[in-house]
Design a protein around this ligand. Structure first.
Ligand code: ARG
Length: 461
């Protein structure tokens, strides 16, 4: 037998079964039970403090709520499929346990402000978990960058070999991006951390409530100043989901490089067996599935953001049931981001960088051509003129099947008298990389500075 609805008094007929299932959010909003209960406790305490409910009844309510929380935590209380949502479920259970006092809890409150509080509390906690997971990844990437500081590799533009770099420099680039992801999430939490509780259905209440008191009990930085805004907006969800989308974009680019680097064509890295899979038919295969999945899952995190933006677009103020759709989208993004980070950090920590292969790759592709032009420019030739000459030398080398490092000096001299024996030293891969000591440059010493910077930033988190 289905439970009688709270609003049954107003209706002649029960809700159709399929409509009831369609309407219910319990199966996914039940994960906010702890936040719902804590929000109710703060609300009840406020009602007692303001003399809206007698202390004795509020004591009963708080005891009852504590019992429910304990029982759910211990797996002794299952979520009843008949309740419309977690808010109704907890209230009905409370009333079942303590009787009439349970029916008073909803004084000066509505599910509209209740749900808005619950999501903020839930996301505030979860955002912190995501931040610490990103911090672990940043640590893994930074350690790997430090370890690879002296490894010479080609740096690319257009996926064409461009200039030689320390391999650690490329890894450190991702650490910087991820640090910004942390800061974006923290910013979103700052704006999220205001309490809508006491906004009630949309218009506040005639009871003498103390919203600031409840807000403070729940660890909010203050209250949402407009009751309609308090129950209507989900911009804080959008912000967090945008931050997640940017994070996934970074992880996806990193994944793409992991996939490329572990291919036979590159072989710059080897992923650990525990983060790769084999093929069901090709015995030689070792596939970078984790990186591919992260790249693939980026799509759903973008999609969830778009879904919520679209749901909110065009909604009149204040609460509309459409807004119940916020939860599955944001929960899915949250779960996805957490799962991705949990495999990404150890995948990076355990990967091996093959310095011989990165070095060999850097030897090809005239990667030191800019440095040869710089050589002439440093001897007084305008850079544009030097650039043109080096272009001609590269063309000659290609024709003669040579590289800049073994093109004879007498040939060089045909292009400019400025060329001397020291050019070979100046364009060696070691010199090219080691001398890129400009701030934020690709030299091993710069990588070490960057690593130190990231480590300091991590301490502030
Ligand atoms: N389950 C609802 C949601 O998630 C709770 C708020 C319901 N409010 C209402 N007026 N029907 O949005």
């Amino acid at each position: 037998m289905a439970m009688e609805k709270m609003w049954a008094g107003r209706f002649q007929k029960a809700l159709d079964k399929k409509a009831d299932d369609f309407n219910s959010s319990l199966r996914f909003d039940c994960r906010m039970y702890a936040q719902d209960i804590k929000g109710s406790m703060a609300h009840a305490a406020m009602l007692a403090k303001q003399g809206i409910l007698p202390q004795s009844e509020v004591d009963l309510i708080i005891d009852g709520l504590e019992g429910i929380l304990r029982d759910i935590d211990a797996g002794k209380l299952a979520f009843d499929g008949d309740a419309e949502d977690i808010h109704m479920f907890i209230e009905a259970e409370l009333t079942k346990r303590i009787g009439d006092a349970g029916k008073r809890l909803h004084t000066a409150r509505s599910r509209n402000d209740q749900v808005a509080v619950d999501i903020r509390l839930y996301l505030r906690d979860e955002a912190e978990t995501v931040v610490s997971l990103i911090a672990e990844l940043v640590k893994a990437v930074t350690d790997k960058a430090e370890e690879s500081a002296d490894i010479i590799a080609p740096g690319y533009t257009h996926l064409q070999r461009a200039q030689p770099i320390s391999f650690g420099h490329q890894l450190a680039a991702y650490a910087m991006m991820l640090l910004r992801d942390i800061s974006r999430i923290k910013d979103a939490v700052k704006r999220m951390n205001y309490s809508p509780l006491g906004s009630c259905a949309l218009a506040g209440t005639t009871y003498p409530t103390d919203r600031a008191f409840a807000a403070q009990k729940l660890g909010f930085d203050g209250i949402v100043q407009n009751s309609i805004d308090g129950v209507s907006d989900r911009d804080f969800c959008v912000e967090l989901m945008s931050a997640f989308a940017v994070l996934m974009m970074h992880l996806s680019r990193f994944s793409e490089e992991i996939v490329l680097w572990s291919s036979w064509e590159f072989k710059f890295i080897e992923l650990d067996d525990s983060y790769t899979t084999g093929s069901s038919i090709m015995p030689q295969k070792k596939n970078p599935d984790m990186a591919e999945l992260v790249r693939g899952k980026t799509g759903r995190v973008y999609g969830n953001l778009m879904a919520l933006l679209t749901t909110l677009k065009g909604l009149p103020l204040a609460y509309n049931k459409d807004m119940q759709e916020d939860k599955e989208a944001i929960f899915d993004s949250l779960d996805t981001v957490k799962m991705c980070l949990e495999v990404f950090a150890p995948m990076i920590a355990t990967m091996k960088v093959n310095g011989e292969n990165t070095y060999r790759a850097a030897q090809k592709g005239f990667i030191n051509a800019t440095d040869l032009a710089d050589y002439l420019a440093k001897k007084g030739m305008p850079f544009r003129a030097a650039y043109k000459i080096v272009g001609q030398i590269v063309a000659a080398c290609i024709e003669k099947d040579r590289v800049l490092d073994n093109f004879p000096l007498e040939e060089y001299k045909k292009y400019s008298e400025l060329f001397e024996e020291d050019l070979y030293d100046e364009i060696s891969l070691e010199t090219c990389v080691n001398k890129r000591t400009s701030a934020g440059g690709a030299s091993p010493s710069s990588v070490k500075t960057q690593v130190a910077y990231v480590k300091e930033e991590l301490k502030k988190i």
